[in-house]
Design a binder for this molecule. Sequence first.
Ligand SMILES: NC(=O)c1ccc[n+]([C@@H]2O[C@H](COP(=O)([O-])OP(=O)(O)OC[C@H]3O[C@@H](n4cnc5c(N)ncnc54)[C@H](OP(=O)(O)O)[C@@H]3O)[C@@H](O)[C@H]2O)c1
Length: 311
Amino acid sequence: MRILLTGGSGMVGRNLLDHASAREYEILAPRSRELNLLDREAVAEYLRENKPDLLIHAAGRVGGIQANMADPVGFLVENTQMGVHVINEAYRAGISHCINLSSSCVYPRNAPNPLSEDQILTGELEPTNEGYALAKITAMRLCQYISQISGSAHYTTLIPCNLYGRHDKFDPANSHMIPAVIRKIHEARQSNASSVEIWGDGEAQREFMYVEDLADCVFSVAEKMRIGDEVPDVMNVGIGRDYSVNEYYQAVASVIGFEGEFVHNLSKPVGMRQKLIDSTKINQLGWMPSTELSVGIEKTYRFFLEEVTNG
Ligand SMILES: NC(=O)c1ccc[n+]([C@@H]2O[C@H](COP(=O)([O-])OP(=O)(O)OC[C@H]3O[C@@H](n4cnc5c(N)ncnc54)[C@H](OP(=O)(O)O)[C@@H]3O)[C@@H](O)[C@H]2O)c1
């Protein structure tokens, strides 16, 4: 089976390429400079020439609250174009299978938790990353329409909860919560700071999955597609429980050995109060995550020390 993996140099993409199952497939993973997904013609030509059996769409313009709020136009336009170009051109080129990666920001801000797939498009989105969410919803719907109108194409969307792990971004300008907390607490420990600031009251609940578990899930779905098993068109992929922001800070502090205190800055935005997804469908398909939070944080911190701080 030949796979075209978009976003192969990103956090998700690199974990897919590092996964043991990657050896069982021929995987094409062009960088954006080799295949710019904003260039529809180039995408069409690449697909015609290489004819993969499966598209895994893991490319995107991805960032935290600050990056999203600073450039909502870029997040909406680039993610919409990337998704529509590669998914629609894959369909036009006769590619029979697709795994499209979405994000839990597609859920309405006031939807009751745990969030199940049928709640998408039932209410207002969280404004801090609305542009990104609209782009992700468009790509998901496109996959659903393609599967509905074609007798032979199976285009599935996976909606992971928040992710963290090896190859994460640790730069405060575009990092997500766990890598940002790792850097902050690491630096506080290095400088013997007595306290670390937490945005908001720290009571907001978040679900984070170790990214190697997502890679494992993607290959498990790819294998089901390869053998012709039925796969739902949209599936959440989470760990089935969430922790408060304060608990994540404590978990990171205990891995790093920071013994100072935490100070809450109530003037900063916190986003949604809770975002726990319902992973029943993917669990029923036979897949479960396996990495405990403390183990995932330890592996991520080791990656940060070895690859980011070189020490
Ligand atoms: N990170 C998370 O917490 C999280 C959570 C849920 C869902 N997801 C989803 O998972 C997917 C991957 O996220 P990630 O965290 O791995 O992102 P990432 O680390 O920021 O990587 C982004 C990838 O997209 C590629 N890319 C960006 N612009 C491109 C373009 N114009 N043409 C071709 N490729 C382009 C980049 O390629 P180059 O490096 O070659 O430019 C890079 O490989 C996204 O769909 C995201 O929504 C992520």
